[in-house]
Design a protein around this ligand. Structure first.
Ligand SMILES: C[S@@+](CC[C@H](N)C(=O)[O-])C[C@H]1O[C@@H](n2cnc3c(N)ncnc32)[C@H](O)[C@@H]1O
Length: 236
């Protein structure tokens, strides 16, 4: 890891430990690298960027890979919306309030290119301000309705081979073999995935820590029709 990325990692672990920990960084780096090395074209987006910790981490990973897709970050900057019927009250309304300035200053501090920041509720920004082709998305809205809005907006725009990482997807401590159990802090995230993807659920849970698991969804690459599949032409 280069000095700048290492310094960013240490800074985030020290200043944003509730939202960006080592395990999350490992998973995001691995999945983002997989999408970029796989040549998936499109923007990198984050839904629920808060102070921009993961946005900056994604830019640092992209820089290390030597690729330069546009990075778009979305947030109301008013913290979490009210608890809905599929959410738990563990995370209160208004938690995680930040500002556009926080996101930009963090990038400047580490010499990282600024992301495109879209301030406003997802319901207002996503219909008009989402790139048409998306290679990678980090979905971190914590609530059922917020996650639903992101999934509905992003799925039709995913490039073949694109990857979604869903924060707070599952609780590994409570999970049974073969069946992930929703994260009690944010049960609406898994419920939204179940409602959007149906069964069998196309999201797998990826755990780097006993207290949380991220969800990963890999968008299918359509099979190419090769000459071998079509078979030889028959002579008339
Ligand atoms: C846990 S924080 C995100 C942490 C961030 N991804 C990180 O890694 O540092 C969740 C964020 O989602 C935002 N959010 C949740 N629902 C939203 C909605 N419907 N529209 C806009 N922002 C929303 C909140 O404002 C909050 O900043």
């Amino acid at each position: 890891m280069n000095d700048r990325r290492g310094a960013l990692q240490e800074y985030l672990l020290r200043t944003q430990p509730r939202t960006v920990d080592r395990g999350r960084m490992v998973v995001v780096e691995r999945e983002l690298t997989r999408a970029m090395r796989g040549g998936v074209a499109g923007a990198v987006v984050e839904f629920g960027c808060y102070q921009g910790g993961m946005t900056a981490w994604m830019r640092a990973v992209l820089d290390a890979l030597g690729v330069d897709p546009a990075v778009h970050a979305y947030d109301s900057f008013r913290g979490l919306p009210a608890v809905g019927r599929h959410d738990s009250a563990y995370l209160a309304e208004g938690e995680f309030t930040a500002s556009v300035g926080d996101v930009l200053r963090l990038h400047e501090r580490f010499g990282l290119r600024r992301p495109h920041v879209h301030a406003g509720l997802f319901a207002h920004t996503l219909p008009e301000q989402l790139p048409t082709r998306i290679a990678f998305a980090y979905v971190d809205g914590d609530r059922y309705e917020s996650t639903m809005q992101c999934l509905r907006a992003v799925l039709p725009r995913l490039a073949p081979g694109a990857i979604l990482v869903l924060d707070d997807y599952a609780d590994p401590a409570a999970s049974l073999p073969g069946r992930a159990v929703a994260q009690p802090k944010a049960p609406g995230v898994m419920k939204a995935c179940e409602d959007v993807f149906g069964t069998p659920l196309a999201v797998t849970s990826v755990c780097e820590d006993p207290t949380w698991a991220l969800g990963v969804y890999r968008h299918a690459v359509p099979p190419t029709v090769s000459a071998a599949t079509v078979g030889p032409k028959t002579a008339r």
